[in-house]
Every structure is written in structure tokens, then in C-alpha cells.
Write a protein that binds this ligand. Structure first.
Ligand code: GTR
Length: 399
């Protein structure tokens, strides 16, 4: 244990500190308070969870509803109908290497509708349906340019296609504009009752909901293997990718890049961005109930390792960037480590070490993967190359 604390201190001190709000945020490992995490394997009714059956029947549903009630809000399950319209198709995209499909997904409920634009590239010469990466894009739409005139490491479509995967993206603004005054103009128009409920869904929930509607489409798309879809998100998108994977078990693999507060990092460490700060800067991201935990992380009935565990037994890859202390690299690693207990119920031994790996060292031959890339808060080709290796290992089993 002493070795571990020493390693954490060393780790925090070698990476450069980029405080965004020094008065409110702790960047000193020594100032992390004493905390104890809620027991992931003890049910609310005080039953000890010792098997995957009791996890799936009792503890998993309990945790899912605790996250809905206190953090992300109720996930709406029903709608009247859904329509998929291919609005543009190019069979010779990427110099003939890929098929481009732009698909308008329209979801109807009680006379109202929401439209989600999906951009999808599929390797052209695949002999069977291919696995796919789906990005919840929280950056400008140019990052996922279907014409490929603009290219971006944030969504390196050519590299992913060359590796034999389909790559898809949806933009957060279609589901819920990322603006405290406008967020209701999207999915929430179908579910207006959420706007007045203390446990109502907000943007993170709406973005995850939209990702699930893409899964509805993938189930009908013959060129995509819907049993091998990796959901990917960066930062606020990475919070949504974790929530999407927790909610919707059709996602076979989850990638959460630099997701930080209320994503993959442990809240109780109070390191980097804290709950009051995120609720104040982004009041439209989480359910109103979450504000009860401003400055009171220790009262949460959950912590974020439990969110990662909700993906079990499916693989999860969480990442950080060394200069992004706001997102607490050590707290993210520890979250993964604490989620291992649930993977063990499935007989899956996580290969994570006891202390965070060195910068630029990725661990991906494990259901729980991690790396801390050198550099700033971003999603880069380095990250994607590792995600591809991770997906190769889990989807192709021939790495
Ligand atoms: C920050 C926010 C983080 C993270 C980030 C992003 O300002 O504090 O939680 O989500 O934005 O989405 O890039």
C-alpha cells in the first residue's frame, strides 16, 4: 500500500500541472481526502454479491437505477417508430476503399420527432459484416467530414477503414444542443416530462440515447456486424459513451477518452474537476438531483468505478492525457482497478497492474484497459491506434 501511495505521489509530480481553477481544484495527491468507496458487491438490502447471477439480477439493476436517479437521469425506453433514410451514398469513397452512407435516423413519438444524422464509412472489400467504431462527436462537425476534404485525428476515418473497421459518428447537437438554454431542443422534445422531474434526463443522457438509436439502425445494416460495435467518446462525449454502454448492452465494447468528472474518474478523490464545478459550468449535463452532491461527494450512493462495472463483462478502455490533471489520470486508473471485482465474477482476470502504468504505456490485453498519453486533453491518432489494437484483441482474437 505504501508503495502504491508513493507511486501515486511520484506520478502526480512528474506530470505537468495545468490548473484551470486553482481556488476550487486540488492537484495535489497529498490533499486527496481519506475516502471509502461504496461496496460494489454489497446490495442495498445488504446481500453479498458472489456470482454473476446475483450481480445481474440484483446489484446491476440497483446500480443502474442509482445512476439514473442521482446522476444521469431516467433513460426513456419507448418511442413510437423509427425511420432510417439513406440521404447520400458513395460507393467509391476514400479512393475506392470505402462505402460512405449518410443516414438520417428519425425517431417519432406522439406526433413529435427527432432527427439524428449518422455518417458511416464501411471498408469496401470486406467479405463479411465488419465491426464498427461509433463516435459521439462533441467537437465541431468538420471533425467528421463525410467528403474527407477535411481530415482530423479526432476521427481518423482512413486509418480505421484501413484497419478493417467501419467508422461512424453522430453529433451531440442533433440529440441535445450543448447549451444550457437550448439543450431541450432535441430528444427531450419527445420526453418533455423529463424537464420538470428531479431525476429528468439532460444532455449526457440524450447523447447516450442517440447512440442507442444508431444501434437500432446497425441491427438493420447488413454491412455492419452489430454484435461488435465499440462506442467511443471524448471528454463530455466520453461520459456519454460510458453511460451508453451501461444502459445498452448491445454495445460490445466501450472507449472513454479523457472523460474525467462524472465519466471515468472517481468522484470521492476530489481531484481536478469536482461535482460543484461541473454542475455550475454545465448545469444542463446531469439530472437536477446531482446538484445535491455539490461539495458532498462522500454522500453519493455510487462512485464512478460502478459505472465502468456496469459494462462488465464487456471490455472498457479508459484513457487520460498527462497534462489533463483536470480529468484525474490516477482517479481514472483507480476506477478501472476497482471495477475489476465485477469482471472477476465473470471469471475475467484483469491484467491491470496495481499502480498506473508509465505515460504512453498502454495496456489492452485485458477487459479493462488504460493509457495515459503524453500531452493535452484531446483525442489523437495515438489514442485511436491503441483503440484499434484493443478492438483487434477483443473482436478478432488474433492479435
Ligand atoms: C471541460 C469539462 C470537462 C470535460 C471537458 C470537455 O470544460 O470541465 O468535464 O467534459 O470540458 O468536454 O472537453
Amino acid at each position: 500500500m505504501r508503495k502504491f501511495i508513493f507511486a501515486c505521489i511520484f506520478y502526480a509530480s512528474v506530470i505537468s500541472v495545468k490548473a484551470q481553477d486553482p481556488n476550487e481544484s486540488n492537484y495535489d495527491e497529498l490533499k486527496v481526502p481519506q475516502y471509502s468507496l461504496p461496496d460494489i458487491l454489497l446490495s442495498e438490502t445488504k446481500e453479498r454479491i458472489t456470482s454473476k447471477t446475483s450481480w445481474e439480477k440484483l446489484r446491476r439493476p440497483e446500480l443502474l437505477s442509482l445512476f439514473e436517479e442521482n446522476v444521469y437521469g431516467k433513460m426513456p425506453r419507448s418511442y413510437d417508430s423509427i425511420r432510417h433514410t439513406v440521404t447520400h451514398e458513395d460507393l467509391e469513397s476514400m479512393d475506392g476503399k470505402a462505402i460512405l452512407k449518410e443516414v438520417l435516423i428519425t425517431v417519432f413519438k406522439e406526433g413529435r420527432s427527432v432527427k439524428i444524422n449518422l455518417i458511416l464509412f464501411i471498408p469496401k472489400h470486406a467479405l463479411k459484416p465488419v465491426p464498427a467504431f461509433l463516435l459521439i462527436n462533441n467537437r465541431p462537425k468538420e471533425n467528421t467530414d463525410p467528403s474527407r476534404r477535411q481530415k482530423s485525428e479526432f476521427w481518423p476515418a482512413e486509418e480505421v477503414i484501413n484497419s478493417g473497421y467501419a467508422i461512424a459518428a453522430i453529433h451531440v447537437s442533433d440529440m441535445a444542443p450543448d447549451d444550457p438554454k437550448l439543450f431541450m431542443n432535441g430528444v427531450l422534445q419527445l420526453y418533455p416530462e423529463q424537464l420538470t422531474a428531479d431525476n429528468g434526463m439532460r444532455t449526457i443522457g440524450a447523447w447516450a440515447w442517440g447512440a442507442s438509436r444508431v444501434m437500432d439502425y446497425f441491427e438493420k445494416e447488413p454491412l455492419v456486424d452489430e454484435s461488435k460495435v465499440a462506442i467511443v467518446g471524448h471528454s463530455r462525449g466520453g461520459k456519454a459513451s460510458l453511460w451508453a454502454a451501461a444502459q445498452d448492452q448491445r454495445f460490445a465494447l466501450c472507449i472513454s477518452n479523457c472523460s474525467g468528472s462524472t465519466g471515468a474518474k472517481l468522484a470521492r478523490r476530489q481531484f481536478g474537476e469536482r461535482i460543484r464545478k461541473i454542475n455550475t459550468s454545465f448545469p444542463h449535463w446531469f439530472t437536477p438531483n446531482y446538484k445535491k452532491f455539490n461539495d458532498k461527494e462522500e454522500l453519493l450512493p455510487i462512485d464512478q468505478h460502478m459505472l465502468l462495472a456496469l459494462a462488465a463483462p464487456r471490455p472498457v478502455y479508459a484513457t487520460n492525457a498527462s497534462e489533463d490533471l483536470w480529468a484525474d489520470p490516477t482517479g481514472t486508473f483507480l476506477s478501472l482497478k476497482h471495477a475489476e471485482l465485477v469482471y472477476k465474477l465473470y471469471g475475467l482476470r484483469s491484467g491491470l497492474p496495481d499502480v498506473p502504468p508509465a505515460i504512453n504505456t498502454s495496456i489492452f490485453k485485458s477487459p479493462l484497459a488504460y493509457h495515459n498519453r503524453e500531452g493535452i486533453h484531446n483525442l489523437t491518432l495515438y489514442d485511436w491506434n491503441n483503440f484499434i489494437k484493443f478492438a483487434d484483441y477483443h473482436f478478432k482474437k488474433n492479435y
